[in-house]
Design a protein around this ligand. Structure first.
Ligand code: NAP
Length: 548
């Protein structure tokens, strides 16, 4: 439960300068909006800063063709207000970005949030002033804000890997990273388009634009296991049905392993081979992430189980592909199903049978550079293009803060600290950075294995309570102790050490960013367990933190 302090901030508003705040929040997405709402209820003076020109966070930025949910819409929701939940109706199970963005506008309007949000502004630096126990925050617009608490709601996947290849600036055509897609759209008709990347984003783009472009060239390095999505339309009857489950969902979601409504339901060891097959088929047919997040938990720990389930998915993929070359490039063989983020797709594999689509495997013949005409591979082949779409991913978990000049106590720099070792206390704070409170950073559950809306609500509620605790005792700062943070890092590592995710690569481990220290970024002990541990920490009066 979120506690609120009825009294307004001790200092009367008139005593303060125009840019003095109790809290500055970075980001007006799912977490930032709710964080603002909660802190306002505590009587705090809050300012949200966002580089975007409107609310939405990830749903503002990721407006590339085909962007959509793969959490069910009725669980990717705020659950703190029944009317807010019930007064919005989703048109399908996995809606597209425009509908999601409209929903975020609905939330912002309904809670009257915009008046405390400064859009079109990037935070460039945040320095903790030890003499005053306050943060000095500067922006690219020349603002200087002074705040007791600096709260990052920047999102796990918000720092795009957009500048990756030599020669990018020389390209004669248009080049876009998917998370910076122009709101005005891009005219793809009649164009030769190249897509780099076949992660969850690339897959959505590719399956959506294949029939809009003259020619599509896909540059694929590491293929993903994919599951077909079924997204039934929702009319009044379906909407009434999921709304009637509000109380049930509110009671369930925070406590499951992944923050989805479903949980691991079956035990591999208890089933005969026939029964396993039957269950895999049945779950596969659901057309959701269930096969990943609610099938057999042993898949993450037992290599033999992982091998069998991976082969089941590979079989399904191979059956949809017509020739061996496509199978060789598109069907994963060197890691297990579910150890990378599993994308849902609609007709993605079949796209490669189209006459206007060309698949280029770049594992053995990598992209060397961008040239004025297009993309050049290591062997000198040039693919001529009018438009390049970089679905090349993100500097996950850390990039949103390391790209800002964040300095804590004793001149510590976060980019330097995380450049050496990625650590945090429950993903909620970092040792050495008092009153920096964080959501969606490493060592908490995140987009890997978490319905983000569930996790972000829990984290912002914990932060709200922690701020209330600091204020209630007349203290000025909260910071993890070195021992508290170390204990969490040890726990995180112990939990993940037996998980096959730890043996793979990709953004889950930061290996997609050259030089980034390797660590499984997401907490893998389960959303429900994590929640309980956070609640226990608060209930025990924050033994892993120093409040002074
Ligand atoms: P990603 O999973 O990191 O994929 C990036 C892709 O770019 C990979 O295929 C990668 O290949 C490729 N790439 C990077 N550098 C390359 C190079 N030099 N040459 C060739 N290929 C290169 O990023 P993402 O697809 O944007 O997805 C990130 C996460 O966002 C997802 O895992 C998911 O959590 C979230 N997401 C969610 C949804 C949704 O439905 N809700 C949709 C999209 C994304 P390698 O793997 O070989 O490096």
């Amino acid at each position: 439960m979120t506690s609120t302090l009825p009294a307004a901030s001790d200092q009367a508003e008139t005593d303060r300068g125009p840019d003095e705040f109790d809290a500055v929040i970075l980001g007006a997405g799912v977490a930032g909006l709710y964080q603002l709402h909660q802190l306002r209820a505590q009587g705090l003076r809050v300012r949200v800063i966002d580089q975007a020109t409107d609310v939405g966070g990830t749903w503002f930025w990721n407006r590339y063709p085909g962007a959509r949910f793969d959490s069910e819409a009725y669980i990717y929701q705020y659950l703190f207000d029944e009317d807010l939940y019930k007064d919005w109706s989703w048109s399908e199970k996995f809606p597209g970005q425009p509908e999601i963005e409209r929903w975020m506008h609905y939330v912002a309007d309904r809670l009257d949030l915009r008046r405390d949000i400064q859009f079109g502004t990037a935070i460039t630096s945040a320095h903790f002033d030890e003499d005053r126990d306050r943060w000095t925050i500067r922006t690219d617009r020349g603002d200087t804000l002074d705040a007791q608490f600096f709260i990052s709601c920047a999102g796990m996947l918000s720092a795009p890997l957009a500048d990756m290849f030599p020669g990018q600036g020389d390209f004669r055509g248009q080049l876009f990273h998917t998370s910076r897609w122009p709101a005005s759209g891009v005219d793809l008709a009649g164009k030769r388009v190249g897509v780099i990347g076949v992660g969850a984003t690339g897959i959505q783009v590719i399956q959506t634009i294949a029939d809009q472009v003259a020619h599509l060239t896909v540059f694929a390095r590491t293929p993903q296991y994919v599951l077909p999505m079924k997204s039934p339309q929702y009319g009044p009857a379906e909407q009434a049905a999921y709304k009637a489950r509000f109380e049930e969902l509110r009671a369930t979601l925070p406590h499951t392993f992944t923050g989805f409504e479903y949980d691991f339901e079956h035990v591999w060891a208890d089933c005969s081979p026939e029964r396993r097959r039957e269950l895999l088929e049945e779950i596969y047919q659901d057309g959701s992430l269930k096969l990943w997040l609610a099938g057999f938990g042993e898949m993450f720990f037992d290599q033999a189980v992982s091998d069998e389930i991976s082969e089941f998915v590979r079989e399904k993929m191979r059956a949809r592909l017509r020739d061996q070359r496509l199978i060789d490039i598109l069907v994963p063989t060197d890691y297990g199903f579910g150890t990378h983020r599993v994308p849902l797709e609609r007709g993605y594999l079949e796209v490669y049978h189209r006459d206007n689509v060309e698949l280029v495997g770049v594992r053995d013949n990598p992209i060397a550079r961008i040239v004025p005409e297009g993309i050049e591979l290591a062997d000198g082949t040039v693919h001529e293009l009018d438009i390049i779409v970089m679905a090349t991913g993100f500097d996950a978990g850390t990039g949103s803060l390391t790209r800002i000049d964040v300095r804590g106590r004793d001149g510590r720099r976060l980019a330097q600290d995380w450049g050496n070792d990625i650590r945090s206390m429950m993903g909620l704070q970092v040792y050495g950075y008092p009153n920096l409170l964080t959501t969606a950073i490493p060592l908490a559950p995140s987009a890997a294995l978490c319905n983000m809306a569930t996790c972000l609500q829990q984290q912002t509620e914990w932060i709200t309570d922690a701020i209330a605790a600091v204020r209630a005792r007349g203290a000025s700062t909260i910071e993890p102790t070195a021992a508290g943070e170390q204990a969490w890092v040890d726990h995180h590592e112990e939990v993940v050490s037996t998980n096959l995710i730890s043996k793979t690569s990709g953004w889950y481990l930061g290996t997609n960013v050259p030089g980034k220290p390797r660590r499984v970024l997401s907490y893998t002990g389960g959303v429900g367990t994590y929640r309980q541990k956070c609640a226990d920490e608060a209930a025990a009066d924050y033994p892993g933190f120093l409040i002074k």
